[in-house]
Design a binder for this molecule. Structure first.
Ligand SMILES: Cc1ncc(COP(=O)(O)O)c(C=O)c1O
Length: 432
């Protein structure tokens, strides 16, 4: 990827900035962004992505470990998916009826995942989470939901305003909260106690099977199995939010890795190489609640032809395991390289997760077991670490999440490790 699309008259006044874009964005959209998840880097404007790299509007190129917050499992603009999606789009995007590709996409995804009876496509992960909860409520005839501190299930479920904002003004739907129990995760005792007390009123227990949105904490040995047993015993639906983990940790996601089958699960970021598709998968009896209209699920853009072609091409690309083996190799090198470098320069670093998606944090005490509650990290130190990496052409999230793709090469990893060593060395020299 070169700087060929750049024009000479764009003023460069910092990473990803031109003099005019940010004020124009601020004028036309709240916060100058179209997702509050991007407020933290609202000044960054990328103009293209290719493979494992993104290029900002000033022509600067970065190795990308954010990957659009996960969806680019095959790298940016993967040729096979692009070709298939473009060909489908040529025949029309939203035909307003059924299309052969949506049958094929659902069949392929179901056989990749291995366990579901059926699935329903949505357009975003947030909608999929909302749908899964409605299905669980309709199927069980119960209202109450159990969820866990630090787990994210999309902005429809997570309607809490930002800290400091009016905590009552912007919530929707009002009245969800009285039906929601928030528990600490990885605490079998807490879940058992609640389910013994109120189990017959609980429709669903929903969780990320790995805490990728908060610390990268793994499930404690046996914890997911215990959740499976406890929910079965009281007739609650176990919902895995596999929007990050699905098709990424393994073709069958966390359910495959940990050998625990949920009743319902949501998928999104691993299944369509960046095209806007999500899905709720589950057993037939539960999803039939949608068929007879007990649960109303609609969506103008659901199953659009290009998106369905993208699912088919993505599943085809990952089904033989090659992609996962490559990501395992490059991601493991990066994880162990980070840990070794930190060790050498005497900086305490917590590295948690899987080669395809992991989490790092600067900590001031022993990181502990990967399933133990993480002590709060040094976020301001970490932000400075990320700023140093960005200076060296490495685009990483200031929250600590790292994503690897099929397009990252061993050269990318070597460059990243060199950059990381330089920044940490400057920390050790007192710049932190
Ligand atoms: C675990 C999890 N669930 C749900 C969502 C929401 O998905 P979307 O942003 O597509 O609405 C996300 C998005 O980051 C997520 O990480």
């Amino acid at each position: 990827m070169g700087g060929d699309s750049m024009t000479d008259d764009r003023a460069d006044d910092g990473h990803g900035m031109t003099t005019d874009l940010r004020p124009r964005a601020l004028d036309v959209a709240p916060g100058g962004v179209h997702s509050n998840a991007r407020l933290g880097h609202a000044e960054m404007f990328f103009e293209r992505g290719s493979g494992a790299h993104v290029q900002d509007v000033t022509g600067r190129r970065y190795i990308d470990y954010v990957l659009g917050r996960g969806p680019n499992l095959l790298g940016h603009a993967p040729q096979a998916v692009l070709k298939a999606a473009n060909a489908a789009a040529e025949s029309g995007m939203c035909l307003g009826s059924q299309h052969p590709l949506e049958v094929l996409a659902a069949e392929k995804l179901r056989s990749l995942l291995g366990w579901p009876g059926m699935l329903r496509f949505t357009t975003t992960g947030s909608e999929a989470a909302e749908l899964a909860l409605r299905v669980a409520r309709a199927y069980t005839g119960r209202q109450e939901i159990v969820r866990f501190e630090g787990h994210y299930h999309g902005w429809l479920v997570d309607d809490a305003p930002a800290p400091g904002a009016d905590q009552t003004a912007a919530r929707w739907p009002a009245g969800v909260d009285p039906w929601t129990h928030m528990l600490p995760w990885n605490d079998e005792h807490a879940l058992r106690t609640l389910l013994e007390r109120r189990g017959t009123r609980i429709a669903a227990v929903i969780m990320e099977p790995v805490m990728f949105n908060h610390g990268g904490t793994l499930p404690a040995p046996g914890y997911l199995r215990a959740c499976r047993r406890l929910t079965e015993a009281c007739g609650a639906q176990l919902i895995f939010d596999e929007i990050v983990t699905g098709a990424r940790l393994a073709p069958g996601g966390a359910a495959e890795v940990f050998g625990v089958t949920p009743d319902l699960a949501m998928y999104a970021k691993g299944i369509a190489a960046g095209w806007p598709v999500a899905a709720v998968a589950g057993h037939r009896a539960a999803l039939s609640m949608v068929e007879d209209g007990t649960v109303n699920h609609r969506g103008t853009y659901n199953g659009s032809t290009a998106s369905m072609a993208a699912v088919v091409a993505t599943v085809d690309a990952i089904a033989d395991g090659q992609v996962h083996r490559h990501i395992e190799a490059v991601g493991s090198r990066l994880m162990s390289g980070f840990a070794e470098i930190a060790d050498k320069v005497g900086v305490r670093l917590r590295v948690r997760g899987f080669p395809a998606a992991f989490y790092i944090a600067l900590v001031d005490r022993d990181p502990g077991e990967p399933w133990e509650e993480a002590a709060p990290p040094d976020m301001s130190g970490y932000r400075r670490l990320v700023a140093g990496l960005v200076d060296r052409g490495i685009w990483a999230s200031a929250r600590g999440n790292w994503y690897l793709s099929a397009a990252h090469t061993h050269d990318d990893i070597s460059t990243t490790l060199r950059g990381f060593r330089d920044v940490l060395a400057s920390f050790a020299a007192g710049d932190r």
